[in-house]
Design a protein around this ligand. Structure first.
Ligand code: FES
Length: 326
C-alpha cells in the first residue's frame, strides 16, 4: 500500500482455520492457515504481515507471512514463544490448535522487496520470517543475493533445513559457535547497487543502522518487532495541541499524555489500529496541514521529511495544530 493512503475501512478481515501446526526449533511454532471453505486467500508479496486478532485476550499481533506467495490457498506464519511478553505468543501456542478458527486482518506490506541488482539480507532470530519469501523471490528472479542469518544457537534458529537449498548464498551464524554477525565485513564498504534488508532484535537493527550510515540514502530497509527506542522528551509525552479531523469536521484537543488515536477514538472518529506502538502501520493517516513529529518505527527518513503521513498512535505535531485526513 502506498504511504499516505489511509487504511481502507474494508481492509480484508476474515476468519481462517488452522490447518497445520509444527513445533520446530526452540519455541517456534509454525501455523498453516486456510479459508474454511477452501476459497483463495488474498494476494501478498514478500515482506507482508497479517494481524492475528486474538479476541479472547483482546490483543492484535502481527506476524510476517513466510510461505509461498504463489500458493493462494494457504498462509504460513511462525510464532516465537515469548514467555515474558504480553501473552499474544503464549495464546497462539496454547490455544490455536489444528482446526481452530482465528480472525485475521490483512495482509499489509510495510517492508516490500524493491527491485535491485543485488540484495544483502540480514536476519536475527525469528526475524528470518519476512526474509524467507524475499530470498525465494530474489532467487527466482536470478538476482545476486546473500543472506546472513544469526541466532543464539543452531537449535534456536528456525527454517535452517529450508535454507540449505540455497547453498553458500546463506551464511548461518549461531552466536555460540561463531560469535556475533560480521557486520563490519558486510557493511563497512557501501555499495551503490545493493539493497540491505534487515529484520531481527533491536540491538541488531541498531548496529546495522549505524554501519549503514555511509550507504546511499534508502539502501537500508528494516522491519522491527517492537518500537524503535526514541529519545524521550523531557516532558515524557509531549505538549498539548489541537488536531483537526478534516473529513469528520471535528477539532479535538490532545493533552500531553494522550495520543491522537485515543482522542479520535473517544470522539467517535473512525480510526484503525493494531499495535498502538508505531510499528505495524495500521493507523497511518494522511497529513493535510501541519508538521508531524514522528515517533514511529516505520517511516524512512525521506518519508519523515516529506511529512505526508504519520502514525497517529504515537506521533504528534511540532506545532500547536495539525490537520489530518480523519
Ligand atoms: Fe500500529 Fe499505529 S497502530 S503503527
Amino acid at each position: 500500500m502506498p504511504r499516505g493512503v489511509p487504511v481502507p475501512p474494508d481492509e480484508t478481515t476474515t476468519v481462517l482455520r488452522v490447518s497445520g501446526r509444527t513445533t520446530g526449533t526452540d519455541g517456534v511454532l509454525t501455523l498453516t492457515l486456510v479459508d474454511p471453505s477452501g476459497r483463495k486467500l488474498p494476494e501478498w508479496s514478500p515482506g507482508a504481515h497479517i494481524d492475528l486478532m486474538l479476541s479472547e485476550i483482546d490483543l492484535v499481533r502481527q506476524y510476517s507471512l513466510c510461505g509461498d506467495p504463489t500458493d493462494r490457498h494457504k498462509w504460513r506464519v511462525a510464532v516465537l514463544l515469548e514467555p515474558n511478553g504480553r501473552g499474544g505468543s503464549r495464546h497462539v501456542h496454547q490455544a490455536l490448535g489444528t482446526g481452530k478458527a482465528v480472525r485475521v486482518r490483512g495482509p499489509r506490506n510495510n517492508f516490500p522487496l524493491e527491485p535491485a541488482a543485488r540484495y544483502l539480507f540480514i536476519a536475527g532470530g525469528i526475524g528470518i520470517t519476512p526474509i524467507l519469501p524475499m530470498v525465494a523471490a530474489a532467487e527466482a528472479e536470478g538476482r545476486d543475493w546473500q543472506l546472513v542469518y544469526g541466532g543464539r544457537s543452531r537449535a534456536s534458529m528456525a527454517f535452517l533445513d529450508e535454507l540449505k537449498a540455497y547453498g553458500d548464498r546463506v551464511r548461518v551464524h549461531p552466536q555460540e559457535e561463531r560469535g556475533l554477525l560480521p557486520l563490519a565485513e558486510l557493511l563497512d564498504t557501501p555499495r551503490q547497487d545493493c539493497l540491505v534488508y534487515c529484520c531481527g532484535p533491536e540491538p541488531l537493527l541498531g548496529a546495522v543502522e549505524e554501519r549503514c550510515t555511509g550507504w546511499p540514502s534508502g539502501a537500508l530497509r528494516t522491519e522491527r518487532f517492537g518500537a524503535r527506542p526514541v529519545p524521550v522528551p523531557a516532558d515524557e509525552g509531549g505538549t498539548a495541541f489541537e488536531v483537526e479531523c478534516r473529513r469528520s469536521g471535528l477539532t479535538l484537543a490532545v493533552a500531553p499524555h494522550e495520543s491522537i488515536l485515543d482522542v479520535a477514538d473517544r470522539a467517535g472518529v473512525l480510526t484503525f489500529a493494531a499495535c498502538r506502538e508505531g510499528v505495524c502501520g495500521t493507523c497511518e493517516t494522511s497529513v493535510v496541514e501541519g508538521a508531524p513529529e514522528h515517533r514511529d518505527s516505520l517511516l524512512t527518513e525521506e518519508q519523515r521529511a516529506a511529512g505526508k503521513s504519520m502514525m497517529i498512535c504515537v506521533s504528534r505535531t511540532r506545532g500547536s495544530r495539525i490537520v489530518l485526513d480523519l
